[in-house]
Design a protein around this ligand. Structure first.
Ligand code: PEP
Ligand code: MG
Length: 592
């Protein structure tokens, strides 16, 4: 399929090509989402119009409060009441009488339409909040701007695309979607999304795969060419967005969806079978989880426990971070959902593209090289310790696994382990029931850690290789930047050499090693990971049946020989080609 660049004519099919980020096909109506403000004019008004303008504002504020209440209700239903506190804060802003009084004063002074005055007042108010000493008040600025945007839309009679309160089956279009935005999506109504920027291992794309909805990223200049409410098909296999699809196109895609469904059904019988290769090498396949709502999916996927629970998603859309009791309850649910297997709870990996809406981490010039993950946690022991205590409390008397992200040095790992020991001792001293056994692991996702892995291995019970970050840091190619997507090569020999080194160090120290990056969910990569000797692969539960089928179709011995060969190749492109051909020959049905 080719994408056309011609100018769109409403009602005539046109195709936009990007990067496939999450497989699947969906048909729906376009919703255009943006954090940007609408431009407002400064239409002059007469003195006697002021009361009318104030009434317009009151109507818009009332509508805004109703909309926020609706979102709050929907979110409380889908995500639980704790997740709605941002909207409590928004309601307070929408009912703030000082803002309304300031608008009235300025209407008298400036005599221009209320939308213009309101926007000025909101900006000034947000700016004064940003300048406050108190970090809590500083963070109110974001709420004020959010509510302001909503009120302006209502004043202008424009519809604000609400990711949280979509009421028709929609395909979301945006310049970019942050993981915080994606975490709030109304799941029933979000059929897929397409963004102008981003790449396949950005956390937004990872979430699309967990939600099992198609996504296409890197669709440059798409927004200018699409209209809200247009009918579209999103093809997450080929990375195409088709606007105004013809009947024939709809039919063709119906056939693809049907074939896809048949493959999924045929894999269901594998659910309770072990992931064992033809020559008897047994692998553990476990699940990656981003949000507690995904926990029910695990049982159906045949996963042997949770290999990566990304705790930071609990912290993204929160005015206050969850306290110890709240975290304990959620981690208990995670442990329960994994039974009879174990869950690996990863400590907070905030930073990079996962920025909390509140409790700010200030924007940084190089967020992926900055104050992220363990670096943030070690400097915020008051936040980190709460989490470690909650993890230890997640399975009283039983066993829990915890792992630390983005370890770059031995000192960081030692400091994290010391805080974990302290958390356990505190619980013990206070007589609070906690896990009898805590296994600790290090994520290997920074080349420095992979290169000194023999020195880290004696400190932990397992390693989990984060190939998403290991690839980005090894090739110095930002995982969220579609412009360097071609350089972002998990199959580059440099990455493969590092993985092999990690596996060897784990073997020598008698600990197990898994992979929890997106490589683990791609059946093209299964032979090389198998051949490099990893013990576990953890992936979004939707991908798991396919990877199990791939493992069952392969010979470990052959994969080892393949790994020896690929590691000596000259480029990531060559290795990728060999792997793609092998996958196509061995399990063509999985390669749709
Ligand atoms: C990784 O980097 O491979 C990983 C699993 O962690 P995350 O994607 O959350 O950075
Ligand atoms: Mg990572």
């Amino acid at each position: 399929m080719t994408a056309s660049d011609s100018a769109p004519v409403p009602g005539t099919e046109f195709r936009l090509a990007g990067i496939p980020a999450s497989p699947g096909v969906a048909t729906g109506q376009l919703v255009i989402f943006s954090h940007e403000e609408l431009p407002v004019h400064s239409t002059p008004i007469a003195e006697e119009q002021i009361e009318d303008e104030m009434r317009r504002l009151e109507v818009a504020l009332l509508k805004t409060r109703e909309q926020i209440q609706k979102i709050k209700k929907q979110l409380a239903h889908s995500l639980g009441a704790q997740q709605t506190e941002i909207f409590e804060a928004h309601l307070l802003v929408a009912a703030d009488s000082t803002i309304a009084a300031a608008v009235r004063r300025q209407l008298h002074m400036r005599k221009v339409c209320v939308e213009n005055v309101y926007q000025h007042v909101i900006h000034a108010y947000a700016q004064s909040m940003k300048e406050m000493e108190d970090p809590y008040l500083q963070e109110r600025a974001a709420d004020i701007l959010d509510v302001g945007r909503r009120v302006i839309h209502n004043l202008l009679g424009r519809k604000l695309a609400d990711l949280y309160a979509l009421d028709v089956p929609s395909i979301i279009l945006a310049h970019d979607l942050s993981p915080s935005d994606t975490a709030m999506l109304n799941r029933q109504m979000s059929l897929g999304f397409a963004t102008e920027v981003g790449s396949t291992t950005s956390h937004t794309a990872i979430m699309a795969r967990s939600l099992n909805i198609p996504a296409v990223v890197g669709l440059h200049n798409m927004l200018a060419r699409c209209e809200p409410d247009a009918p579209v098909i999103i093809d997450g296999y080929a990375g195409i967005l088709i606007v105004y699809p013809t009947e024939q196109t709809r039919y063709d895609y119906g056939q693809i969806a049907k074939r896809q469904h048949e493959v999924e059904q045929s894999l269901e019988i594998l659910r309770d079978t072990p992931a064992t290769t033809k020559d008897g090498r047994r692998l553990v396949l476990s699940a990656n989880v981003e949000l507690p709502e995904d926990l029910p999916l695990i049982a159906g996927s045949g996963a042997e426990g949770i290999g990566l629970y990304r705790t930071e998603f609990l912290f993204l859309n929160r005015v206050q971070f969850p306290n110890e009791d709240e975290q304990t309850i959620i981690y208990q649910q995670v442990v329960q959902a994994s039974l009879p297997h174990l869950a690996i709870i990863r400590t907070l990996d905030l930073g990079g593209d996962k920025l909390p809406t509140h409790q700010g981490i200030d924007p940084e010039p190089n967020p992926f090289l900055g104050w992220r993950a363990i670096r943030y946690c070690l400097e915020r022991p008051e936040i980190f310790k709460v989490q470690l205590r909650a993890i230890c409390r997640a399975n009283p008397g039983g066993k829990v696994r915890v792992m630390f992200p983005m370890i770059a040095t031995r000192e960081e790992l030692a400091a994290a382990l010391a805080l974990l020991a302290e958390a356990r001792e505190e619980l013990q001293a206070a007589g609070i029931p906690a896990a009898a056994e805590v296994e600790a692991g290090a994520m290997i996702e920074v080349p420095s850690a992979a290169l000194i892995v023999d020195r880290l291995a004696p400190m932990v019970q397992f390693f989990s290789i984060g190939t998403n970050d290991l690839t980005q840091y090894t090739l110095a190619a930002d995982r969220t930047n579609e412009r360097v997507a071609a350089l972002y090569q998990p199959t580059h020999p440099a990455v493969l050499i590092l993985i092999r080194q990690v596996v060897e160090a784990a073997r020598q120290n008698g600990i197990w090693v898994g992979v929890c990056g997106e490589m683990a969910s791609d059946v093209v990569m299964t032979p090389i990971l198998l051949g490099l000797g990893v013990d576990e692969m953890s992936m979004g539960s939707v991908a798991l049946p396919r990877v199990k089928k791939a493992v069952q179709s392969l010979h470990y011995g052959e994969c080892q020989a393949l790994a020896d060969r690929l590691i000596k190749m000259d480029s990531g492109e060559q290795t990728r080609k060999v792997l793609a051909e092998l996958a196509q020959q061995t399990y063509p049905e999985l390669m749709i």
